[in-house]
Design a protein around this ligand. Structure first.
Ligand code: GLU
Length: 320
């Protein structure tokens, strides 16, 4: 929901590091339905910052897959719009400006720790497997930092406050973290110059006027970090809706390696309406798994029918 006079603006933000699987598609479907049901718009942004893993070919295939399913976007690659470019790899000046603004306020410090040092540090592990940054470089003097910078280019971290940051998620409810304990000072730019997802996604969603972020619940734990960045940068955060993940029958999270359930295979086996019917059925707002067009789902889409817990995809839902 957005304030009076504001058009709801949702977004798809795929990372083109492989073909989409039905979990990616599930989040995108809910993002599209939620925005469109409110008479809103959808932006497509290609999150290709990680140049080692992302390819232009996957970016094109993801767009072809969305269009094949009827998941259109109002702004983005192929259609253009006022907030381009729509590839993160082309938007690094914006991320640099955000980093510089935070640096000017003394909120950022250079970090010279290597990966090996971070893993060796006797620090607690976060839910995503990373370690809580122990603050090794937090209090280096300018002279010490300059000395280290002679032999190693630094990463940059944000100083996080020692207080709770709570998200009121539109689907999952309240979720809070103490970033100093649960995450530590987090990366804004890596030592190889790559801007961190957390910074880029905030800078982009704000600059593109996104008012509603619908995405997989694996990103709920990132949201307090993002909310902090919105506050520190003086930006208005969007509404967040985190949606359940789709799991394989053995309870594993689906990944791009689950080839049977990726769009390359599914497109060969089924028409789009069959895939959409099954996803809408899993999402709880379509009574059967019968084929359906995406526009037909607008009348039945209902957040309250969508479960909060992760969803197991029955092995026979997409038979070979
Ligand atoms: N690019 C991220 C992904 O594909 C999504 C980021 C987001 O929705 O905030 O997992």
């Amino acid at each position: 929901m957005t304030g009076a006079g504001t058009v709801t603006t949702g977004r798809f933000a795929p990372s083109p590091s492989g073909r989409m699987h039905i979990g990616n598609l599930f989040s995108a479907l809910l993002a599209w339905l939620s925005a469109k049901k409110q008479g809103g718009r959808v932006i497509l942004r290609i999150e290709d910052l990680d140049v080692r893993r992302c390819t232009p070919a996957y970016a094109q295939q993801i767009q072809d897959d969305f269009l094949w399913l009827g998941l259109t976007w109002d702004e983005g690659p192929r259609v253009g719009g006022p907030h381009g470019p729509y590839e993160q790899s082309q938007r690094t000046a914006l991320y640099k400006a955000a980093l510089d603004a935070l640096r000017a306020r003394g909120l950022v410090y250079p970090c010279f720790c290597t990966r090996a040092e971070l893993h060796a540090a006797d620090a607690p592990h976060r839910s995503d497997g990373e370690t809580v940054y122990p603050g090794t470089c937090r209090n280096l003097t300018p002279a010490e930092a300059a000395e280290r910078a002679r032999t190693r280019s630094p990463a940059y971290r944000l100083r996080v406050p020692a207080r709770e940051i709570a998200v009121c998620d539109g689907h999952m409810g309240r979720y809070a973290q103490r970033l100093d304990r649960d995450c530590g000072d987090f990366l804004l730019r890596r030592s190889d110059g790559l801007y961190a997802y957390q910074l880029a996604v905030v800078a982009d969603d704000a600059a593109m006027g996104v008012t509603e972020v619908v995405r997989g619940s694996d990103l709920l734990t990132s949201t307090p970090r993002q909310l902090l960045l919105y506050r520190l940068l003086g930006l208005t955060p969007p509404a967040f809706y985190h949606v359940p993940l789709l799991l394989a029958e053995d309870g594993r999270r689906l990944s791009k390696r689950d080839h049977d359930l990726n769009l390359e295979i599914l497109r060969k086996r089924y028409p789009p309406e069959v895939i959409l019917g099954k996803l809408a059925f899993l999402a709880g707002f379509h009574p059967t798994a019968e084929p359906v067009r995406v526009t037909e789902l607008l009348s039945v889409f209902d957040w309250s029918a969508v479960p909060a817990r992760d969803i197991i995809v029955p092995g026979d839902l997409f038979p070979a």
